[in-house]
Ligand binder design. Structure first.
Ligand SMILES: CC(C)(COP(=O)(O)OP(=O)(O)OC[C@H]1O[C@@H](n2cnc3c(N)ncnc32)[C@H](O)[C@@H]1OP(=O)(O)O)[C@@H](O)C(=O)NCCC(=O)NCCS
Length: 281
């Protein structure tokens, strides 16, 4: 009898492991066959479509389209991309008298975290308008220092030359849509300085418009570090969890192909396929 090489055995074992995970995802998907349709957004609100790692945000009132992708090592290879990320963070924060620095190593590391696909925890979202990188933000399912089930977004920075056009709005939507696939609540933080216009605007945006609770009114004097929370509505969590399952399934199918397997042979029944397609449409 011919002996298989260990590489071949490894590949078969890998295929088997991926197939098991795929079967588990299919089982969960079939348990919840009801497809919920995302509520149409109220007029004058931005809309988001597309997969979690490539969200297309349509801004209201003719504000145009912002593409928010999850950065990966492939982005690090685009000439000038790393420098541009470092520049945007530096310029955005220094323009309001704050100091936040992302160096080349940090930028590469943050982008590489996106390589894990749906398994990634912290990622860097990159906002593009007209093909140009104009802003970034990070989102994390479990930073390790928030309450259980509470995700986080931060490092929100928009190139000063592109501010006031809804770029940060698009980044927040993409971050919160990703967090809704796993988390029940979101935490953010910021430093509030009494009498400072930038702080006043951030407070109005975060704690009034975006619905975060910072624990009472801001100080009238001095400064305070505001840790803010908001719950993710259950309907959004359900939609998010389902989208995540579908995306994990697609990711596993890609992994299986890479391992030499054929996901086509392990396809779910046609009815489930159709339902899944409708849910991501
Ligand atoms: C705050 C910031 C991310 C907003 O980016 P933007 O793309 O201009 O924001 P948008 O056009 O999407 O507007 C969203 C909200 O941001 C707020 N905002 C806009 N410019 C702002 C500024 N210079 N300072 C504070 N808040 C601002 C507004 O409340 C606005 O909401 P509204 O216009 O509906 O009232 C951007 O000004 C920036 O990078 N600032 C420096 C970095 C920073 O402070 N990050 C947050 C730290 S916690």
């Amino acid at each position: 009898m011919k002996r298989q090489s260990s590489g071949c055995v490894d590949q078969e074992a890998r295929q088997l492991m991926i197939k098991r995970k795929l079967a588990e995802v299919e089982r969960v998907l079939q348990q919840e066959p009801d497809i919920e349709v995302e509520e149409p957004p109220a007029e004058k609100q931005a809309t988001v479509t597309g997969p979690t790692d490539r969200a297309v945000v349509q801004l209201p009132n003719g504000g145009g389209e912002v593409l928010v992708v999850i950065g990966t090592s492939e982005h690090a290879e685009i000439p000038g991309m790393i420098d541009r990320i470092c520049y945007i963070v530096d310029k955005a924060y220094s323009s309001v008298g704050k100091h936040k620095h992302v160096d080349e190593y940090d930028a590469r590391h943050r982008l590489a975290m996106g390589d894990a696909g749906p398994a990634a925890n912290r990622v860097l979202h990159l906002a593009f308008k007209g093909g140009e990188l104009v802003g970034c933000a990070s989102s994390t399912f479990d930073p390790g220092w928030t309450p259980e089930g509470c995700g986080h977004w931060g490092l929100m920075a928009v190139d000063p030359a592109s501010q006031g056009q809804g770029i940060a709005t698009a980044l927040v939507l993409a971050c919160e849509r990703r967090l809704a696939t796993v988390n029940e609540a979101i935490q953010i933080e910021y430093q509030y300085f009494a009498g400072d216009e930038h702080s006043r605007r951030l407070h109005a945006w975060y704690e009034e418009k975006l619905g975060f609770q910072g624990g009472g009114p801001p100080p009238r004097r001095g400064s305070s570090f505001r840790k803010c929370f908001k719950d993710i509505p259950e309907a959004q969590q359900r939609l998010g969890q389902r989208r995540r399952l579908l995306e994990i399934r697609g990711w596993l199918q890609d992994q299986l192909r890479e391992a030499g397997g054929r996901p086509e042979e392990d396809r779910a029944p046609a009815a489930v396929e159709e339902a899944c397609a409708a849910a991501v449409a």
